[in-house]
Design a protein around this ligand. Structure first.
Ligand code: SAH
Length: 229
């Protein structure tokens, strides 16, 4: 997870405790409990800039050290995302990833490198589980900007993106290379093709989205750890 505001309601709900930090990356936060079924790992506060570490670089680094340390079966990128009114999106909606997940802001027009850059990493088919929990499913994509310039919008339109975030594709790429099952669970905080400016809409809905995640993520983890391992 990227933001402490997203992670703490989940940590509280699951009753997890802080685990010892990594020596090489002490800003990355890990939480767990004695039964070791679930760990929440948060990108943490960037030591250079003093804000939560968001984006694909932090997402990939955290995923890599967390997978090495905890050797999980499942990796879940959980957090908030932008939605699209034109594809049925609304604030507060819970999305489980379906189909391949891409980097919508990477363009390398060289043979082989285009799909390398876009990632196109697999996500688990959790359609039945999502329906049971009352969550929506759909294509997710990630980029390193909170805004959405026309080229990114075109890539997301072609992909059918219903959740636009800044980490999930990077985490999915590390999970795929490590042989872990992957899914993303995202709560919509802002509508990319809506009238409100993204920053204001995101900030006014972040606390509520954190509470929604605090319920939705434990529900999904319960399903993954009881029926799908
Ligand atoms: N924490 C900062 C800003 C967070 S940036 C603050 O409170 O000021 C947005 C974070 O939420 C990223 O981690 C990203 O994954 C997610 N996110 C939510 N809405 C998004 C959108 N429309 N586009 C991209 N990322 C979004």
């Amino acid at each position: 997870m990227a933001l402490r505001a997203e992670a703490m309601p989940v940590v509280d709900r699951l009753g997890l405790e802080a685990l010892p930090p990594w020596e090489s990356m002490p800003w990355v936060e890990a939480y767990g409990s004695s039964d070791e079924r679930v760990r929440i790992v948060v990108n943490g506060v960037d030591p250079l800039h003093g804000v939560d570490s968001i984006g694909t670089t932090a997402g990939a680094l955290t995923a890599a050290v967390a997978i090495e340390r905890f050797e999980p079966t499942w990796v879940v990128s959980a957090g908030t995302a932008g939605g699209f009114a034109s594809r049925g999106g609304r604030v507060g909606q819970v999305i489980v990833a379906s189909g391949p997940i891409i980097h919508h802001d990477r363009r390398v027009d060289l043979e082989g490198y285009d799909s390398f850059a876009r990632g196109e990493y697999p996500t688990a088919n959790l359609a039945a589980e999502a329906e049971l929990l009352g969550f929506n499913t759909g294509p997710c994509s990630s980029g390193d900007s909170l805004d959405a310039p026309p080229q990114d919008i075109a890539a997301m339109q072609a992909h059918g993106t219903v959740a636009k975030d800044m980490e999930a594709a990077a985490v999915a790429g590390v999970a795929a290379r490590a042989g872990c099952q992957f899914t993303a669970l995202k709560v919509i905080t802002d509508i990319v093709d809506g009238p409100e400016p993204t920053v204001e809409e995101f900030l006014s809905n972040l606390a509520h989205a954190g509470q929604v995640l605090g319920t939705a993520l434990p529900q999904l983890l319960d399903v993954l750890s009881t029926s799908l391992t």
